[in-house]
Write a protein that binds this ligand. Structure first.
Ligand code: SAH
Length: 325
């Protein structure tokens, strides 16, 4: 798809059904009817970064911070495996309180005790640490570039650069991770041109997995007064990303389920082929409020949505569809 065509669909929400149907067809062709479940554990909400949109930002004094111990994370992962789930996603704020050894220990022990694929989503670390996590057994890494607009990236992420973010994605690929990236749709200053450039950047990066979700406002951030991203715009972007990237894993994200009660179902019908049920222990999950009113996707919810969409749950690990896996 040319840039002009992408922009046309972003500008004309009444044409959504056209891209949705095409995305659904391409999803069927490249991914089939199976949906992969990835169990997510949000193991710490401490963060040394200060992203304008995120409730975990360092300056937010209104949330109760928590950290799960290494043992707690491992035990939770073992519980996920016992339900037949084949991937665990370990996510946190950028929390350097977990040393490189701690993360390696978690990965190592989960690998010893289960046959699950492990995805890390713990933000920015030293290059040598990414290597160590991989050597310990991590399979995949998620790191969204959030926006391709370099200037806006700096505004959103004080002290961070888009250049480093993209460099890390390269390094992860070099270390042989299955790489996931993506962006937020409907950030306050974001234009359709930015969204279009985000989609084009994805084509360049050629990631194995792509996480997309609407901006959802969080009351303790500078962006608390801005409206949430629009559902049709979000689904249009998702569909366009499926059409342009074809053989990628694209989740129906929690943020989509948060802004629309049928969001997960709609996303599955617009190109998505993954759902990430939330396994963060009850006592912690209410404090992982990256945005307001975040829904918790249970395994039963996920199964219902998959069934209602006429699809089935995959029994495989759902590794990358690229590079000869
Ligand atoms: N520290 C990790 C994990 C961050 S949380 C990292 O930097 O990768 C995971 C994702 O939540 C982020 O990449 C961001 O895209 C998304 N997110 C955070 N706040 C959000 C908000 N207010 N609305 C929508 N998405 C948000």
């Amino acid at each position: 798809m040319e840039k002009g065509e992408i922009l046309f669909y972003l500008n004309n929400p009444e044409k959504f059904e056209i891209v949705r149907q095409l995305a659904d067809k391409i999803r069927m062709e490249y991914c089939g009817d199976s949906v992969h479940l990835r169990g997510i554990i949000e193991f710490s909400n401490y963060c040394h970064n200060n992203c304008c949109y995120c409730g975990l930002k360092r300056d937010n004094k209104n949330i109760i911070r928590y950290r799960m111990s290494v043992e707690e994370v491992i035990n939770r992962a073992v519980e996920i495996a016992s339900l037949g789930i084949k991937t665990v996603v370990l996510q946190s704020g950028d929390d350097l309180n977990y040393s490189c050894c701690d993360i390696c220990d978690i990965v190592n022990k989960i690998k010893e005790k289960t046959d699950m694929a492990i995805t890390l989503s713990i933000g920015e670390r030293e290059n040598s640490e990414y290597k160590a996590f991989k050597d310990a057994g991590a399979d995949r890494y998620l790191l969204r570039f959030e926006t391709s607009n370099e200037h806006y990236y700096k505004v959103l992420h004080p002290g961070q650069t888009l250049k480093r973010r993209l460099e890390i994605l390269d390094i992860l690929r070099k270390f042989d991770y299955q790489v996931g990236t993506g962006f937020i749709i409907g950030l306050p200053e974001e234009t359709d041109n930015d969204l279009c450039n985000n989609i084009i950047l994805l084509e360049d990066i050629s990631p194995d997995m792509i996480g997309l979700g609407p901006f959802v406002s969080q009351s303790d951030t500078p962006y608390n007064n801005y409206p949430n991203g629009d559902i049709t715009k979000t689904l249009t972007v998702l569909a366009l990303v499926r059409i342009t990237t074809k053989n990628t894993h694209i989740p129906a994200t929690t943020a989509i389920g948060t802004i629309d009660k049928d969001g997960l179902f709609k996303a599955l019908n617009s190109g998505a082929n993954v759902i990430m049920p939330d396994f963060t222990p009850m006592i912690y999950k209410e404090n992982y409020n990256i945005y307001d009113n975040k829904v918790s996707i249970s395994i039963d919810m996920a199964k219902d949505v998959v069934k209602n969409a006429g699809r089935y749950i995959s029994s495989s690990r759902g590794d990358t569809l690229k590079r000869g896996y």
